[in-house]
Design a protein around this ligand. Structure first.
Ligand code: APR
Ligand code: PHB
Length: 394
């Protein structure tokens, strides 16, 4: 067995783990990232791509903004298209003074890998069978297997950034962890196509189900439709996808959609999930390892960013001063923001989707929510404030 030492062992090389490693490095704190998959696999994953104002500001402040500012598509509002009603814009920039950006998680992950490589950061990919040991002792350690050999990393802290299916959360005793969960009776079928996007990020409610037009760049579009949980990609050739998408928008919107062959197609279930607390001894959870939001509102990546911002700040304070106040407060502070985003994503999901077993009463409630949002500047301002992202706490 080989043995190395680092200050923070980071499990998972997605956006949370890579950004944490980058933030710590800037403050002179050493880390090793252990990622189960190959780098090519991580970089091929397509996820959501709308950045909150706070995420944009943080990425700029830590030297990760150049490509985002060049290639990202700033956006100042969202459009809601309700069946049988005129489309309307919620002018988030006007209500909040803050702009958002469409910039894909895939591109952010590429930028993070480039930054870690340039700084000589240690990222071990294809690390199998990662196990966490002695998390409540003063010196925890992590083991993993690579190329048939077992390796050991001794550290001060472990950051569990290994997503929903990772080992970190599972290393916390069930008696300690409280889990809050809700499933939804549908999924999202998403496609990427090399076509000019519809000009707005547009959320459509339709009796056939939800649809969303989004974008990645001037020649890359992202579209989603609500689908049944038991459907498969094979049942959705491009032609059927486009036909269904257009059936869920108004005629003028359908006419403006430029269709083309898909370059990626995937189905994701929708889930709300929070595990509390986000700490166990010297293990700190961040990102999808601790919480999942349904994609409506695109909060998942932004939450991963705010978690690691708080966590890096707390670790820095701890290494500088020897005090553990910020580390002790990490879980509560991160969870306050998490629950805010959980509620927004849940609310948008309820508002915009067609639920199979819904009663006529519930349908009327949804229509009335929409009417209120449409008519009330206060309701729009409230949605705008949450959509651009609540501020980070000091
Ligand atoms: N050991 C090592 N790495 C692991 C393990 C494990 N046992 N299990 C999972 N991983 C890796 C995954 O391969 C993945 O690369 O951890 C990484 C977790 O990355 P993400 O799932 O992307 O999660 P996170 O970094 O928290 O990113 C936040 O925002 O838009 C949302 O869900 C979306 O992934 C996104 C998330
Ligand atoms: C996306 O572009 O992938 C996206 C945009 C907005 C959402 C969810 C996903 O609410």
């Amino acid at each position: 067995m080989t043995a190395t030492r680092t200050q923070v062992a980071i499990i998972g090389g997605g956006p949370a783990g890579l950004l944490l490693s980058h933030l710590l490095h800037r403050e002179g704190i050493d880390s090793i990232v252990l990622e189960r998959q190959s780098r090519a696999h991580v970089l091929a994953r397509i996820r959501a791509g709308v950045l909150e104002a706070g995420t944009i500001a943080l990425l700029r402040a830590v030297g990760l903004g150049a490509r985002m500012d060049r290639e990202g598509l700033p956006h100042d509002g969202v459009v809601i298209a309700w069946e049988g009603r005129p489309r309307f814009v919620i002018d988030t920039k006007n209500f909040t003074g803050k702009a958002m950006m469409a910039y894909g998680q895939t591109a952010i992950t590429e930028d993070l890998y480039a930054a870690r490589d340039a700084a000589g950061g240690q990222i071990v990919d294809q690390a199998d069978d990662v196990r966490l040991h002695e998390l409540t002792a003063a010196r925890p350690h992590v083991t993993y297997r690579k190329n048939g050999q077992t390796h050991r990393v001794d550290c001060d802290y472990v950051a569990g950034c290994d997503g929903y299916h990772g080992v970190s959360r599972q290393s916390i005793p069930a008696t300690v962890l409280k889990v809050f969960e809700r499933g939804y009776p549908f999924g999202w079928l998403g496609i990427m196509s090399e076509t000019p996007p519809f000009p707005d990020i547009c959320y459509c409610y339709h009796s056939r189900g939800f649809a969303l037009a989004s974008m990645r760049s001037p020649m890359l579009s992202r579209y989603y439709i609500q689908c049944d949980l038991d459907t498969t990609i094979e049942q959705w050739p491009d032609e059927r996808f486009w036909r269904e998408f257009k059936a869920r928008c108004s005629q003028d919107m359908a006419a403006a959609i430029v269709t083309g062959p898909s370059i990626e197609k995937s189905i994701a279930p929708l889930r709300s999930f929070v595990a509390e607390p986000m700490r166990y001894g010297r293990l700190f959870l961040a990102g999808d390892a601790a919480h999942i939001v349904p994609p409506t509102g695109a909060k998942g990546l932004n939450l991963a960013v705010s978690d690691v911002y708080y966590l890096a700040r707390a670790l820095v304070e701890n290494y500088r001063t020897g005090h553990s106040r910020a580390l002790d407060g990490y879980s509560d502070m991160a969870l306050r923001r998490v629950w805010g985003a959980e509620r927004l994503s849940w609310w948008l999901t309820m508002l915009l989707h067609r639920f199979p077993d819904e009663s006529p009463f519930e349908q009327r409630m949804r229509e009335n929510q929409f009417d209120y949002l449409h008519a009330s500047e206060h309701a729009q301002a409230s949605l705008a404030e949450q959509y651009v992202g609540l501020p980070f706490e000091d």
